[in-house]
Unconditional design. Sequence first.
Length: 127
Amino acid sequence: MTTIEAVNAEPPLGGIRGWLLVLAIGQVLSLLVSFINFVDYYTVATNLHAFQTIPIAAIGELVLHLGVFAVIIYTTVALFSHKRTFRAAYTGQAIAVGSFLLVDLLWVLATTQVVHPDMLAKVVAKA
């Protein structure tokens, strides 16, 4: 290799740069916002009272929150460790976060019997 070729040769691509940097910033912010929302949600007295009044619904909702948070953590780790599973993890995260509200709503409605079953069927039909 001549000196000119050595100067013009670009270093091999590696690390997080370009548009991947924007994705990495968004992923870290997603993790932080999820944690803050989780702590904020479970420090409100009304939500803590739900563990006494409707424990099955509250525990199920806690498991859903922890599951989505675990998916976000795994996706963040997969991004920064350059795992091949990142694409699938990111897709799974998008699905988990996007469907969380509907799954949470259906879980609470199904376990608390607050709403008539016909109304639950209408919610599912609209989704």
